[in-house]
Design a protein around this ligand. Sequence first.
Ligand code: ADP
Length: 271
Amino acid sequence: MGCTHDCDTCSTSCGTNSPQSFTVELNKLSTVKKVIGVVSGKGGVGKSTVTSMLAVAMNRKGFKTAILDADITGPSIPKAFGLKERAKGSEEGILPVVTSTGIEVMSVNLLLENETDPVVWRGPVISGTVKQFWSEVIWNDVDYMFVDMPPGTGDVALTVFQSIPLDGIIIVTSPQELVSMIVEKAVKMANMMNISILGIVENMSYFKCPDCGKNHSIFGDSHIEDIAKKFDTKVLAKIPIDPQFAKCEDNGTIEEYTSDCMNEAVTFLTR
Ligand code: ADP
C-alpha cells in the first residue's frame, strides 16, 4: 500500500525491495587500501589522541597514512598536528593538507575561515560533509586511513558506518566502571553494520609516577582484558596518562612525541 516503487528512498521491509546501499564512491583519483575507524562511546576519552598516535606510529613504520576527521563538531586533529594552512581545491577535488612528516589530513577545520568558528549544522549537513571527505578529497596512494569517528552511536556515526567502507574499527575506552556497557554498545553497533572489531585501546590506563616509578590506577583498576575476552576481541594498547600528550597536542607537535605504546597495535594492524 502506498508503494512509490522507489526502493532507494523507502525503508519498508516489504519483501520485494532490495537492500539500500548508502556507500559513496571514492574520488576517481584516490587510492586508499585500508580504512580503520576509531570510535568511542562518549567524548573526552581520548579518541582523537589515539587516532593521531596510531597515524604517527603507522607513518613511522613507513606506511602512507591519512586521517579523515569525521568528528565534525569537535575537530581536534589539525590542532594536534599544528596545521595552519587551509585545504585547497582543484577541478578534480579537494586536496588534503599534509603534515610535517607526510600524513594526509582532511578536517572541517581546514575548510573554515577561522578554526574557532563553530560548526552549527544539522545532522544531514554534517553527514554530507563526511561523505564528501570520502568522495571529493583526492587521497594520494594511502596504505592506512584512520577515521576519527564522531563520538557515540548517533546520526553521523551511523552515516560514517554506512557510507565509508571501513575494514574494521578500534574502540577507545578509559578504565571506568561503565566501560563495559559503552564497549558493548559499540560492539553491537558494529555487529549490526557488519563491521569487524579490530580491538580495544585503553587510554588513560595508569599514571607512572616520576618520583617513585610505580604505576597508579587513577581512574580505578582496569578490567579491559576481561572485557576484551567477553567480546572476543583483543587489547591493542594501554596508554598511560601523560601530561606530555596534552602539551604536544596543544603545541601542535604530536609528531615529535616519542612513545612505543602503539607498536603492538601497529604490528597487529599490518600483520
Ligand atoms: P576525544 O576525542 O575522545 O573527545 P581527545 O583525544 O580530544 O578526546 O582528548 C581529550 C583531552 O584529553 C585532550 O586535551 C587530550 O590532550 C587529553 N588526553 C587524551 N589522552 C591523554 C593521555 N593519555 N594523557 C594525558 N592527556 C590525554
